[in-house]
Structure formats: C-alpha cells, structure tokens
Design a protein around this ligand. Structure first.
Ligand SMILES: NC(=O)c1ccc[n+]([C@@H]2O[C@H](COP(=O)([O-])OP(=O)(O)OC[C@H]3O[C@@H](n4cnc5c(N)ncnc54)[C@H](O)[C@@H]3O)[C@@H](O)[C@H]2O)c1
Length: 392
C-alpha cells in the first residue's frame, strides 16, 4: 500500500490517500458471521484488491443470510470453519470473527491449511492456546495479525510517541484499565458471557485493549509475575438483568469475569496496576496513568471503555528541573479519513501481499494474553503466580 499526498497541505493527516495495487486480488473468507464480522465486511468492501469468496458459521443459514445482506449472494457458505477450509483451497486469508473460545481452533486450522489469519481480539482465552496458535503460525510461515484496531488511532499512536521521545524519563509505574457502570455486552445473546463461548469476560472484551494501549506504548516488556483477582457479582445476580434478558437464564449462564484486577511486574522494573469492569457501582475505575522519572502522562478514561481515549491527555512535568505546578495538554488528534478499522485490515492485507511482518504480531500479544491468563490463575490459587512463556 502506498500513501499519496493529494493536497498541497501535506501537514494534515487526512490529506493522504491510500493507493492499493490491484494487480492481484486476494481471496478472503469470513469465519463466524456475527456482530464484528459486519465491521470486517464493511472494510473489505472498500478494498479493491479483495475478493470475498466464502463464509462459515455454525448456525445454519447465518453465513448465507450475512453474505446476502452484504451483497455477496454468490459467496460459498459453510457450517464450520473446518468445512470451509477443506473446500476452499485457493484462499489467501481469513478473518476469524468467532467468539473467543473458537479463536485458537479456527486460527490453528487456517494456518495449518496455509491461510493467512486476521484474528479478532482477544488473542485467545488461555496462554496455552496462544502458544499453540504461535506454533502453528511458525510452522506455516503465514501472517497472523491480532485485531487491535486502536493501534491505528492517531491518539493511541501519540501515547507511544510521547513515551518513546523520552519526555517521561524512565517509566516505573502504570495504572490502566477502565470500566462501565452497567455494560455487560449481550446484544446478540450470551456469546460474551457464557464460559463455553466467551471463556473470559471483561478482560477479553475490553481489558485486553487497556493492556495493549500501555504495553504497546512501552515496547511490550515481558510480564514476570501477576497477583490477580476476578469476580462475577453482577453477571451472576438476577437483579442485574432486565426482563428482556431473562434474568434466570442469563444469571445462570454467566460464566466469566465481570471485574478483574491485577498487579503485574514487568521486565525493566515496571509495575502495572490493572483493573477492568463490565459493571460496577462507580462512574470510572480511574484514568490511565503512566508515571515516569521526568514526567507523567494522564490518559482520560471513557465512560464506556472500548479502546478509545476520553479526551485530551496531560503531561505533568517540571520546568528547568523545578516543580512549578506545570502541565501540558496534548490536544486530541483527528482520526485518519479511513478510520482505524480500515487500517487494521489494510495493514494485514499489505503484510499478506508483501510477505511482510504482521502489523499486530503474536509475539507481542502473547504477553497481553499471559497477563490475562496470570490473573485467572492467580485468582484461582489466591497467590502471586510466575509467568513462564516458552520460546516458540
Ligand atoms: N475489534 C472489535 O472492535 C470487536 C468488537 C466486538 C467483538 N470483537 C470480537 O469478535 C469476536 C466475535 O464477537 P461477536 O460480537 O461478533 O460475536 P457473535 O457471537 O455475534 O458472533 C460469533 C459467531 O461466530 C460463530 N462461530 C463460532 N465458532 C465458529 C466456528 N468454529 N466456525 C464458524 N463459525 C463459528 C458463531 O456461531 C457466531 O455466529 C469476539 O472474540 C470479540 O471479542 C471485536
């Protein structure tokens, strides 16, 4: 992909245009045609070098309804990821948009069929699953990118730029997370809240975004130990659910975390204090803060944490080595014309076409997953756990 300047005002980010080489069309399929699959389709439709050829969903008729709705009545539809992969030998890439517990099996299956994979977040449910996916990735030599679209947002990128500039000095403490007062997601049933399908709850839905925001900014240091806690007081309570949710059924089905917290030791002597809530009796569980020896950065939380930033960031710093109560506001940057979801997919396709590196690589996100896994393990055992990640 090339970026062409289309205006004399090359200083504004939105003045560039994405130019795509259409000499080779990539054959792409969608695995799991639920809610997020629509966002993938919306962007794939804009890609002149993509041909959507097939889709799969376990629910009979769902994939074909989806393809018809998106204007692809000729697409071939299957009843499982495996059936699709067995019958589509020409495929270049798949978007794995299944619920969390099917991320690992579908990603591994696709890689073993020699297909490049754009895998929705969270990477997987457990660390062991993530490692299995990485083994399949290595063996296949294909591209595996994990779907963290906030990476492509200019404000998120600014956090990384601030850290990398050295403005904050040595980073020693980070607080991140976020939450919602009432926001357990059940727009299309129980796939997020059931242990069989979601596997992990708030951590996998929104916590992984908070972790990626700060870990990516500081260069993804290795997590060493975790003391963690998870709870499910809201999801398990009949009182939480409104009548349309069938309180008996949803509270019974609820099998994941609606709150999680962890204190993580990272390589380089950094402490990461993390908490995430799908529901709580509080407006916010706090802003994200990155504390450094020269300055600290405050990143405002959002009311409904979904991987975006709540407003202008602030850097608190000395002047000429003196604390004179000064802070600098970092104004919000406007998004690119295409938006972050477009770039998540475009950057994956570009890596597939050029044989380049995955834009959001498993080698980083395995640390994100290891923290989530560590919080689950520590919550169960009631003490600090060591994080052990073998070389893949
Ligand atoms: N990046 C984002 O902004 C974003 C937003 C929402 C959800 N997500 C992620 O996307 C994933 C899906 O979320 P959703 O809301 O679309 O869920 P969903 O329940 O609406 O859809 C998942 C679909 O996958 C199908 N499926 C499961 N296993 C399958 C298999 N082996 N083969 C074929 N189909 C299979 C299910 O039948 C279901 O229709 C989740 O992991 C979620 O975390 C990402």
């Amino acid at each position: 992909m090339a970026k062409k300047v289309t205006s004399l005002d090359a200083f504004k980010e939105d003045q560039t245009e994405v130019v795509v080489d259409t000499s080779k069309k990539l054959k792409v399929a969608i695995i799991g045609t639920g809610w997020i699959a629509g966002a993938h389709m919306q962007e794939y439709k804009k890609m002149a070098d993509v041909e959507i050829v097939a889709a799969a969903d376990l629910i009979p008729g769902k994939a074909s309804d989806f393809m018809n709705a998106w204007g692809y009545p000729e697409a071939r539809c299957y009843l499982s990821c495996h059936e699709l992969l067995e019958n589509e030998p020409e495929l270049d890439a798949v978007s794995v948009c299944t619920y969390n517990t099917q991320h690992a099996p579908c990603a591994i299956d696709a890689l073993e069929h020699g297909v490049n994979v754009l895998l929705e977040k969270p990477f997987t449910v457990t660390l062991d699953e993530a490692l299995d996916v990485m083994r399949a990735e290595k063996k296949s030599g294909k591209v595996l990118s994990i779907g963290f679209q906030p990476r492509f947002n200019p404000n998120m990128q600014m956090i990384k730029k601030i850290v990398e500039s050295g403005e904050l000095g040595k980073i020693y403490y980070i607080q991140t997370g976020g939450g919602r007062r009432r926001g357990i997601p059940t727009p299309f049933g129980t796939s997020f809240i059931s242990a069989k399908t979601g596997g992990i709850g708030a951590m996998g839905d929104i916590g992984c975004y908070s972790l990626d925001m700060v870990l990516n900014a500081i260069g993804y240091p290795k997590p060493l130990t975790v003391t963690g806690y998870t709870s499910d007081f809201f999801g398990k309570s009949k009182e939480y659910w409104r009548a349309e949710h069938k309180p008996e059924e949803y509270s019974e089905e609820f099998g994941v975390d609606d709150f999680a917290a962890g204190l993580v030791r990272l390589e380089g002597g950094i402490i990461l204090d993390f908490r995430i809530a799908w529901a709580m009796n509080l407006d916010t569980s706090g802003d994200t803060i990155i504390m450094g020896t020269k300055a600290s950065l405050r990143i405002p939380s959002t009311e409904c944490w979904n991987g975006s930033i709540g407003g202008p960031m602030t850097i608190y710093h000395d002047v000429a080595g003196t604390d004179v109560g000064v802070s600098t506001t970092v104004p919000m940057l406007s998004n690119t014309k295409e938006g972050e979801f477009y770039h998540k997919i475009r950057s994956f396709l570009d890596a597939v076409k050029t044989g380049g590196k995955a834009p959001v690589p498993s080698s980083q996100i395995v640390y994100n997953q290891a923290i989530i896994d560590g919080i689950v393990r520590s919550g169960k055992t009631g003490h600090e756990v060591v994080i052990d990640i073998p070389e893949i």
